[in-house]
Ligand binder design. Structure first.
Ligand SMILES: Cc1ncc(COP(=O)(O)O)c(C=O)c1O
Length: 427
Protein backbone atom coordinates (compact mmCIF):
# COMPACT_ATOMS: atom_id res chain seq x y z
CA UNK A 1 0.00 0.00 0.00
CA UNK A 2 2.90 2.32 0.80
CA UNK A 3 4.19 1.80 -2.70
CA UNK A 4 0.79 2.35 -4.28
CA UNK A 5 0.26 5.53 -2.27
CA UNK A 6 3.74 6.67 -3.21
CA UNK A 7 2.91 6.13 -6.87
CA UNK A 8 -0.38 7.94 -6.37
CA UNK A 9 1.52 10.98 -5.08
CA UNK A 10 4.25 10.70 -7.71
CA UNK A 11 2.20 9.84 -10.81
CA UNK A 12 -1.45 10.64 -10.31
CA UNK A 13 -1.52 13.86 -8.30
CA UNK A 14 0.83 15.84 -10.57
CA UNK A 15 -1.01 14.60 -13.67
CA UNK A 16 -4.40 15.70 -12.40
CA UNK A 17 -6.38 18.81 -13.25
CA UNK A 18 -7.33 19.75 -9.70
CA UNK A 19 -11.01 20.58 -9.66
CA UNK A 20 -10.77 20.69 -5.89
CA UNK A 21 -8.31 23.58 -6.00
CA UNK A 22 -9.64 27.04 -5.06
CA UNK A 23 -8.17 28.50 -8.26
CA UNK A 24 -10.22 26.13 -10.40
CA UNK A 25 -12.86 28.42 -11.92
CA UNK A 26 -13.50 26.70 -15.22
CA UNK A 27 -16.71 25.13 -16.60
CA UNK A 28 -18.89 24.92 -13.48
CA UNK A 29 -16.39 24.60 -10.66
CA UNK A 30 -17.35 22.06 -8.01
CA UNK A 31 -15.98 20.74 -4.72
CA UNK A 32 -15.83 17.64 -2.69
CA UNK A 33 -15.78 18.41 1.00
CA UNK A 34 -14.52 16.42 3.96
CA UNK A 35 -18.06 15.36 4.78
CA UNK A 36 -18.68 14.37 1.18
CA UNK A 37 -15.45 12.38 0.95
CA UNK A 38 -16.34 10.53 4.16
CA UNK A 39 -19.82 9.75 2.86
CA UNK A 40 -18.34 8.53 -0.43
CA UNK A 41 -15.80 6.33 1.38
CA UNK A 42 -18.52 4.81 3.54
CA UNK A 43 -20.60 4.15 0.42
CA UNK A 44 -17.68 2.13 -0.93
CA UNK A 45 -17.22 0.42 2.46
CA UNK A 46 -20.87 -0.67 2.63
CA UNK A 47 -20.89 -1.43 -1.12
CA UNK A 48 -24.64 -1.99 -1.23
CA UNK A 49 -26.63 -2.15 -4.41
CA UNK A 50 -29.81 -0.13 -4.04
CA UNK A 51 -31.74 -1.83 -6.84
CA UNK A 52 -34.57 -3.17 -4.71
CA UNK A 53 -35.75 -1.81 -1.39
CA UNK A 54 -34.86 -5.16 0.20
CA UNK A 55 -31.31 -5.16 -1.21
CA UNK A 56 -30.65 -1.92 0.63
CA UNK A 57 -33.45 -0.52 2.77
CA UNK A 58 -31.25 2.22 4.23
CA UNK A 59 -29.91 3.34 0.83
CA UNK A 60 -33.42 3.45 -0.63
CA UNK A 61 -34.98 5.26 2.30
CA UNK A 62 -32.08 7.70 2.63
CA UNK A 63 -32.24 8.53 -1.07
CA UNK A 64 -35.91 9.40 -0.75
CA UNK A 65 -35.27 11.31 2.47
CA UNK A 66 -32.33 13.40 1.18
CA UNK A 67 -34.24 14.10 -2.03
CA UNK A 68 -37.11 15.36 0.09
CA UNK A 69 -34.75 17.54 2.17
CA UNK A 70 -33.25 19.01 -0.99
CA UNK A 71 -36.73 19.55 -2.42
CA UNK A 72 -37.69 21.55 0.65
CA UNK A 73 -34.41 23.49 0.51
CA UNK A 74 -35.21 24.46 -3.08
CA UNK A 75 -38.81 25.38 -2.29
CA UNK A 76 -40.27 22.84 -4.71
CA UNK A 77 -43.78 21.44 -4.19
CA UNK A 78 -44.43 18.49 -1.90
CA UNK A 79 -45.63 16.33 -4.80
CA UNK A 80 -42.18 16.38 -6.43
CA UNK A 81 -40.72 12.89 -6.07
CA UNK A 82 -36.92 12.78 -6.26
CA UNK A 83 -34.36 10.14 -7.18
CA UNK A 84 -30.61 10.32 -7.68
CA UNK A 85 -28.68 9.33 -10.80
CA UNK A 86 -25.07 9.76 -11.81
CA UNK A 87 -25.44 12.86 -13.98
CA UNK A 88 -27.88 15.43 -15.30
CA UNK A 89 -27.36 13.92 -18.74
CA UNK A 90 -28.89 10.65 -17.55
CA UNK A 91 -31.68 12.45 -15.75
CA UNK A 92 -32.68 14.56 -18.73
CA UNK A 93 -32.83 11.40 -20.83
CA UNK A 94 -35.01 9.75 -18.19
CA UNK A 95 -37.33 12.76 -18.10
CA UNK A 96 -37.78 12.69 -21.88
CA UNK A 97 -38.40 8.95 -21.78
CA UNK A 98 -41.15 9.58 -19.21
CA UNK A 99 -42.53 12.42 -21.38
CA UNK A 100 -43.56 10.01 -24.12
CA UNK A 101 -45.33 7.78 -21.61
CA UNK A 102 -47.85 10.58 -21.07
CA UNK A 103 -49.53 9.11 -24.14
CA UNK A 104 -49.61 5.33 -23.69
CA UNK A 105 -51.59 5.06 -26.91
CA UNK A 106 -48.34 5.73 -28.78
CA UNK A 107 -47.22 2.30 -27.51
CA UNK A 108 -43.58 3.35 -27.58
CA UNK A 109 -42.72 1.16 -24.63
CA UNK A 110 -43.95 -1.88 -26.53
CA UNK A 111 -43.32 -1.06 -30.18
CA UNK A 112 -40.53 1.51 -30.09
CA UNK A 113 -40.31 4.16 -32.79
CA UNK A 114 -38.50 2.29 -35.56
CA UNK A 115 -40.49 1.82 -38.80
CA UNK A 116 -43.68 3.08 -37.16
CA UNK A 117 -45.75 4.59 -39.96
CA UNK A 118 -48.61 5.07 -37.51
CA UNK A 119 -46.74 7.60 -35.36
CA UNK A 120 -46.96 11.32 -36.03
CA UNK A 121 -43.65 13.21 -36.17
CA UNK A 122 -42.76 13.97 -32.55
CA UNK A 123 -40.84 17.07 -31.53
CA UNK A 124 -38.93 18.24 -28.50
CA UNK A 125 -38.01 21.89 -27.99
CA UNK A 126 -35.20 23.65 -26.18
CA UNK A 127 -33.32 26.90 -26.66
CA UNK A 128 -30.26 27.21 -28.84
CA UNK A 129 -28.34 27.67 -25.58
CA UNK A 130 -29.50 24.39 -23.98
CA UNK A 131 -26.93 21.85 -22.87
CA UNK A 132 -25.71 19.17 -25.30
CA UNK A 133 -27.18 16.52 -22.99
CA UNK A 134 -30.58 17.33 -24.51
CA UNK A 135 -29.23 16.51 -27.99
CA UNK A 136 -27.68 13.32 -26.64
CA UNK A 137 -30.96 12.32 -25.01
CA UNK A 138 -32.97 12.67 -28.23
CA UNK A 139 -30.26 10.78 -30.13
CA UNK A 140 -30.27 7.96 -27.59
CA UNK A 141 -34.03 7.73 -27.22
CA UNK A 142 -34.45 7.24 -30.95
CA UNK A 143 -36.20 10.54 -31.64
CA UNK A 144 -33.15 11.61 -33.66
CA UNK A 145 -31.52 15.03 -33.66
CA UNK A 146 -33.97 16.31 -36.26
CA UNK A 147 -36.74 15.95 -33.69
CA UNK A 148 -35.08 18.55 -31.48
CA UNK A 149 -36.12 22.09 -32.34
CA UNK A 150 -33.79 24.81 -31.10
CA UNK A 151 -35.69 27.96 -30.27
CA UNK A 152 -33.89 31.29 -30.58
CA UNK A 153 -33.01 33.41 -27.61
CA UNK A 154 -33.54 37.04 -26.70
CA UNK A 155 -30.86 39.64 -25.93
CA UNK A 156 -30.26 37.96 -22.55
CA UNK A 157 -29.84 34.54 -24.21
CA UNK A 158 -33.15 33.30 -22.76
CA UNK A 159 -35.52 31.16 -24.78
CA UNK A 160 -37.94 33.29 -26.78
CA UNK A 161 -41.30 32.07 -25.47
CA UNK A 162 -43.22 33.74 -28.31
CA UNK A 163 -41.20 31.90 -30.88
CA UNK A 164 -41.67 28.66 -28.93
CA UNK A 165 -45.45 29.11 -28.97
CA UNK A 166 -45.44 29.93 -32.68
CA UNK A 167 -43.26 26.94 -33.65
CA UNK A 168 -45.43 24.58 -31.63
CA UNK A 169 -48.61 25.96 -33.23
CA UNK A 170 -47.08 25.48 -36.65
CA UNK A 171 -46.04 21.91 -35.86
CA UNK A 172 -49.51 21.11 -34.54
CA UNK A 173 -51.19 22.40 -37.66
CA UNK A 174 -48.85 20.26 -39.73
CA UNK A 175 -50.08 17.19 -37.85
CA UNK A 176 -47.02 16.72 -35.63
CA UNK A 177 -47.02 15.86 -31.94
CA UNK A 178 -45.10 18.39 -29.82
CA UNK A 179 -44.03 16.25 -26.90
CA UNK A 180 -41.83 18.17 -24.50
CA UNK A 181 -39.93 21.36 -23.80
CA UNK A 182 -36.61 21.48 -21.98
CA UNK A 183 -36.14 24.86 -20.30
CA UNK A 184 -32.86 25.83 -18.67
CA UNK A 185 -32.30 27.68 -15.41
CA UNK A 186 -28.63 28.61 -15.68
CA UNK A 187 -27.40 27.79 -19.17
CA UNK A 188 -23.94 26.31 -19.45
CA UNK A 189 -22.47 29.06 -21.53
CA UNK A 190 -23.75 32.25 -19.86
CA UNK A 191 -26.10 31.05 -17.03
CA UNK A 192 -29.19 32.54 -18.70
CA UNK A 193 -32.58 31.74 -17.21
CA UNK A 194 -35.33 30.74 -19.61
CA UNK A 195 -38.80 32.25 -18.90
CA UNK A 196 -40.16 29.15 -17.20
CA UNK A 197 -43.56 30.65 -16.18
CA UNK A 198 -44.40 31.47 -19.82
CA UNK A 199 -43.01 28.17 -21.06
CA UNK A 200 -45.05 26.29 -18.43
CA UNK A 201 -48.18 28.00 -19.70
CA UNK A 202 -47.44 26.95 -23.28
CA UNK A 203 -46.77 23.36 -22.16
CA UNK A 204 -50.01 23.25 -20.17
CA UNK A 205 -51.97 24.57 -23.15
CA UNK A 206 -50.71 21.75 -25.36
CA UNK A 207 -50.40 19.01 -22.74
CA UNK A 208 -46.65 18.90 -23.25
CA UNK A 209 -44.08 17.75 -20.72
CA UNK A 210 -41.93 20.49 -19.23
CA UNK A 211 -38.48 19.43 -18.10
CA UNK A 212 -36.32 22.05 -16.39
CA UNK A 213 -32.56 21.71 -16.54
CA UNK A 214 -31.45 23.51 -13.39
CA UNK A 215 -28.31 21.40 -13.07
CA UNK A 216 -26.13 24.33 -12.00
CA UNK A 217 -28.45 27.26 -11.34
CA UNK A 218 -31.10 25.43 -9.33
CA UNK A 219 -28.88 25.23 -6.28
CA UNK A 220 -29.06 29.01 -5.85
CA UNK A 221 -32.73 28.59 -4.94
CA UNK A 222 -31.74 27.34 -1.50
CA UNK A 223 -31.20 31.05 -0.76
CA UNK A 224 -34.54 32.72 0.03
CA UNK A 225 -33.41 35.81 -1.90
CA UNK A 226 -32.61 33.67 -4.99
CA UNK A 227 -35.68 31.45 -4.91
CA UNK A 228 -37.13 33.42 -7.82
CA UNK A 229 -34.72 31.63 -10.19
CA UNK A 230 -37.07 28.65 -9.96
CA UNK A 231 -40.22 30.72 -10.59
CA UNK A 232 -42.68 28.61 -12.55
CA UNK A 233 -40.82 25.38 -11.84
CA UNK A 234 -43.61 24.21 -9.55
CA UNK A 235 -45.50 23.65 -12.81
CA UNK A 236 -42.72 21.58 -14.38
CA UNK A 237 -43.22 17.88 -14.91
CA UNK A 238 -39.59 17.22 -14.07
CA UNK A 239 -36.52 19.12 -12.97
CA UNK A 240 -32.88 18.22 -12.61
CA UNK A 241 -30.42 19.80 -10.19
CA UNK A 242 -26.87 18.61 -9.50
CA UNK A 243 -25.55 18.56 -5.92
CA UNK A 244 -22.25 17.53 -7.53
CA UNK A 245 -22.04 20.91 -9.21
CA UNK A 246 -22.62 23.62 -6.63
CA UNK A 247 -23.64 21.81 -3.47
CA UNK A 248 -20.22 20.60 -2.34
CA UNK A 249 -20.99 16.93 -2.91
CA UNK A 250 -18.42 14.79 -4.72
CA UNK A 251 -19.10 13.54 -8.25
CA UNK A 252 -21.49 11.94 -8.97
CA UNK A 253 -24.85 13.03 -7.59
CA UNK A 254 -27.63 14.41 -9.78
CA UNK A 255 -31.20 14.80 -8.50
CA UNK A 256 -34.23 14.24 -10.73
CA UNK A 257 -37.59 15.45 -9.48
CA UNK A 258 -40.88 14.62 -11.11
CA UNK A 259 -44.55 15.02 -10.38
CA UNK A 260 -45.11 11.76 -12.27
CA UNK A 261 -43.10 8.94 -10.72
CA UNK A 262 -45.68 6.57 -12.24
CA UNK A 263 -44.68 7.67 -15.76
CA UNK A 264 -40.99 7.36 -14.98
CA UNK A 265 -41.74 3.82 -13.81
CA UNK A 266 -43.77 3.16 -16.94
CA UNK A 267 -40.74 4.15 -18.99
CA UNK A 268 -38.25 2.03 -17.07
CA UNK A 269 -39.88 -0.64 -14.93
CA UNK A 270 -39.17 -4.09 -16.27
CA UNK A 271 -38.92 -6.82 -13.69
CA UNK A 272 -37.40 -10.22 -14.47
CA UNK A 273 -38.55 -13.24 -12.42
CA UNK A 274 -35.49 -13.22 -10.21
CA UNK A 275 -36.22 -9.66 -9.05
CA UNK A 276 -39.91 -10.11 -8.31
CA UNK A 277 -40.48 -9.48 -4.60
CA UNK A 278 -43.72 -9.39 -2.67
CA UNK A 279 -43.21 -5.79 -1.61
CA UNK A 280 -42.89 -4.49 -5.18
CA UNK A 281 -44.79 -1.25 -5.48
CA UNK A 282 -48.50 -1.61 -5.81
CA UNK A 283 -48.46 -5.27 -4.83
CA UNK A 284 -48.34 -7.31 -1.67
CA UNK A 285 -47.91 -6.36 1.91
CA UNK A 286 -45.27 -3.67 1.50
CA UNK A 287 -47.31 -1.51 -0.86
CA UNK A 288 -45.63 1.85 -1.28
CA UNK A 289 -42.08 0.58 -0.96
CA UNK A 290 -39.87 1.98 -3.70
CA UNK A 291 -37.55 -0.21 -5.73
CA UNK A 292 -35.26 2.40 -7.22
CA UNK A 293 -34.18 0.24 -10.18
CA UNK A 294 -37.64 1.09 -11.59
CA UNK A 295 -36.79 4.77 -12.14
CA UNK A 296 -33.94 4.62 -14.65
CA UNK A 297 -31.79 2.47 -16.83
CA UNK A 298 -29.42 1.24 -14.13
CA UNK A 299 -30.20 -1.89 -12.20
CA UNK A 300 -27.21 -1.63 -9.90
CA UNK A 301 -27.33 1.67 -8.05
CA UNK A 302 -24.67 3.18 -5.80
CA UNK A 303 -25.59 4.52 -2.37
CA UNK A 304 -25.18 8.12 -3.59
CA UNK A 305 -27.49 9.64 -1.01
CA UNK A 306 -25.04 8.96 1.81
CA UNK A 307 -22.56 11.66 0.76
CA UNK A 308 -25.35 14.18 0.26
CA UNK A 309 -26.75 13.32 3.70
CA UNK A 310 -23.29 13.88 5.20
CA UNK A 311 -22.93 17.20 3.40
CA UNK A 312 -26.37 18.57 4.29
CA UNK A 313 -26.07 17.47 7.92
CA UNK A 314 -22.53 18.65 8.48
CA UNK A 315 -22.93 22.12 6.94
CA UNK A 316 -26.59 22.57 7.75
CA UNK A 317 -28.86 24.47 5.38
CA UNK A 318 -27.66 27.83 6.75
CA UNK A 319 -24.05 26.76 6.34
CA UNK A 320 -24.62 25.82 2.72
CA UNK A 321 -26.51 29.05 2.12
CA UNK A 322 -23.70 31.19 3.47
CA UNK A 323 -21.14 29.63 1.08
CA UNK A 324 -23.38 30.00 -1.96
CA UNK A 325 -24.31 33.52 -0.94
CA UNK A 326 -20.61 34.37 -0.76
CA UNK A 327 -19.93 32.88 -4.20
CA UNK A 328 -22.66 35.09 -5.65
CA UNK A 329 -21.27 38.11 -3.80
CA UNK A 330 -17.77 37.51 -5.20
CA UNK A 331 -19.14 37.02 -8.72
CA UNK A 332 -20.98 40.36 -8.53
CA UNK A 333 -17.83 42.02 -7.24
CA UNK A 334 -15.88 40.54 -10.14
CA UNK A 335 -18.50 41.94 -12.50
CA UNK A 336 -17.95 45.40 -10.95
CA UNK A 337 -14.18 45.12 -11.40
CA UNK A 338 -14.69 44.13 -15.03
CA UNK A 339 -17.24 46.88 -15.67
CA UNK A 340 -14.91 49.53 -14.28
CA UNK A 341 -12.01 48.49 -16.54
CA UNK A 342 -12.31 50.12 -19.97
CA UNK A 343 -10.34 47.27 -21.59
CA UNK A 344 -12.61 44.55 -20.23
CA UNK A 345 -16.11 43.85 -21.49
CA UNK A 346 -18.74 41.75 -19.76
CA UNK A 347 -20.80 39.68 -22.19
CA UNK A 348 -23.62 38.36 -20.00
CA UNK A 349 -25.60 39.14 -16.87
CA UNK A 350 -24.33 37.63 -13.65
CA UNK A 351 -27.36 35.60 -12.61
CA UNK A 352 -25.46 33.23 -10.32
CA UNK A 353 -21.73 32.86 -9.62
CA UNK A 354 -20.35 32.82 -13.17
CA UNK A 355 -18.96 35.80 -15.04
CA UNK A 356 -18.53 35.85 -18.83
CA UNK A 357 -16.31 38.54 -20.35
CA UNK A 358 -13.47 39.31 -22.72
CA UNK A 359 -10.49 41.55 -23.05
CA UNK A 360 -11.36 44.18 -25.63
CA UNK A 361 -8.58 46.53 -26.67
CA UNK A 362 -9.89 49.66 -28.38
CA UNK A 363 -10.47 49.18 -32.09
CA UNK A 364 -9.99 45.41 -32.13
CA UNK A 365 -12.93 43.49 -33.63
CA UNK A 366 -14.08 40.24 -35.22
CA UNK A 367 -11.75 37.29 -35.69
CA UNK A 368 -8.78 39.28 -34.40
CA UNK A 369 -10.57 39.91 -31.11
CA UNK A 370 -11.56 36.24 -30.80
CA UNK A 371 -8.02 35.07 -31.49
CA UNK A 372 -6.64 37.60 -29.02
CA UNK A 373 -8.85 36.25 -26.24
CA UNK A 374 -8.16 32.62 -27.14
CA UNK A 375 -4.42 33.31 -27.01
CA UNK A 376 -4.84 35.19 -23.76
CA UNK A 377 -6.63 32.24 -22.16
CA UNK A 378 -3.99 29.84 -23.41
CA UNK A 379 -1.29 32.01 -21.81
CA UNK A 380 -3.18 32.12 -18.51
CA UNK A 381 -3.60 28.32 -18.54
CA UNK A 382 0.04 27.69 -19.41
CA UNK A 383 1.13 29.52 -16.27
CA UNK A 384 -0.83 26.81 -14.40
CA UNK A 385 -1.89 28.99 -11.50
CA UNK A 386 -5.62 29.21 -12.27
CA UNK A 387 -7.92 27.24 -14.53
CA UNK A 388 -10.49 29.26 -16.48
CA UNK A 389 -12.51 28.15 -19.49
CA UNK A 390 -14.08 29.77 -22.53
CA UNK A 391 -17.34 29.85 -24.42
CA UNK A 392 -18.83 31.69 -27.36
CA UNK A 393 -21.51 34.33 -26.87
CA UNK A 394 -23.41 34.86 -30.11
CA UNK A 395 -20.32 33.59 -31.87
CA UNK A 396 -17.80 35.78 -30.03
CA UNK A 397 -15.05 34.14 -28.04
CA UNK A 398 -15.49 34.78 -24.30
CA UNK A 399 -13.72 33.92 -21.06
CA UNK A 400 -15.60 32.39 -18.15
CA UNK A 401 -14.86 32.60 -14.45
CA UNK A 402 -17.14 30.21 -12.58
CA UNK A 403 -17.00 30.42 -8.81
CA UNK A 404 -18.17 27.18 -7.25
CA UNK A 405 -15.32 25.68 -5.28
CA UNK A 406 -15.83 25.84 -1.55
CA UNK A 407 -12.28 27.16 -0.99
CA UNK A 408 -12.43 29.93 -3.57
CA UNK A 409 -12.18 33.38 -1.98
CA UNK A 410 -12.31 36.94 -3.20
CA UNK A 411 -8.48 36.92 -3.27
CA UNK A 412 -8.38 33.95 -5.66
CA UNK A 413 -10.81 35.67 -8.01
CA UNK A 414 -8.91 38.98 -7.82
CA UNK A 415 -5.73 37.07 -8.68
CA UNK A 416 -7.43 35.33 -11.61
CA UNK A 417 -8.49 38.68 -13.04
CA UNK A 418 -4.97 40.08 -12.52
CA UNK A 419 -3.57 37.10 -14.42
CA UNK A 420 -5.98 37.79 -17.28
CA UNK A 421 -4.89 41.44 -17.33
CA UNK A 422 -1.19 40.48 -17.21
CA UNK A 423 -1.65 38.02 -20.06
CA UNK A 424 -3.47 40.71 -22.04
CA UNK A 425 -0.64 43.16 -21.52
CA UNK A 426 1.96 40.55 -22.47
CA UNK A 427 0.07 40.34 -25.72
C1 LIG B 1 -27.08 23.34 -17.83
C2 LIG B 1 -26.40 21.99 -17.79
N1 LIG B 1 -27.12 20.88 -17.98
C3 LIG B 1 -26.54 19.67 -17.95
C4 LIG B 1 -25.20 19.51 -17.72
C5 LIG B 1 -24.61 18.15 -17.71
O1 LIG B 1 -24.36 17.75 -16.40
P1 LIG B 1 -23.78 16.31 -16.10
O2 LIG B 1 -22.31 16.43 -16.25
O3 LIG B 1 -24.21 16.03 -14.70
O4 LIG B 1 -24.39 15.35 -17.08
C6 LIG B 1 -24.41 20.65 -17.53
C7 LIG B 1 -22.97 20.52 -17.28
O5 LIG B 1 -22.26 21.46 -17.06
C8 LIG B 1 -25.02 21.91 -17.57
O6 LIG B 1 -24.30 23.03 -17.42
Amino acid sequence: MEEILGDFQRLIVPSTTHWNHPAFMAYFANSSTGAGVLGEALTAALNVNAMLWRTSPAATELELLTMDWLRQMLGLPANFFGVIADTASSNTLYALAAAREVRPRLRIREQGTVARTDLPPMFIYCSEEAHSSVDKAVMTLGFGLNALKKISTDDKLRMDANELAAVIERDLSAGALPLAVVATVGTTSTTAIDPVPEIAQICARHKMWLHVDASYGGTAAILPEMRHVLDGCDRADSLVVNPHKWLFTPMDCSALYTRHPDLLRRAFQHIPDYLVVPETEGEGAGKGVANLMDYGIALGRRFRALKLWFVIRSFGVEGLRSIIRDHIRIARLLAEWIDSDPELERLADVNFSTVVFRHHPAGMTGRKLDDHNARLLQNVLEAREVYLSHTRVRGSYALRIAIGNIHTTEAHVRRALDLVRNAAEAG
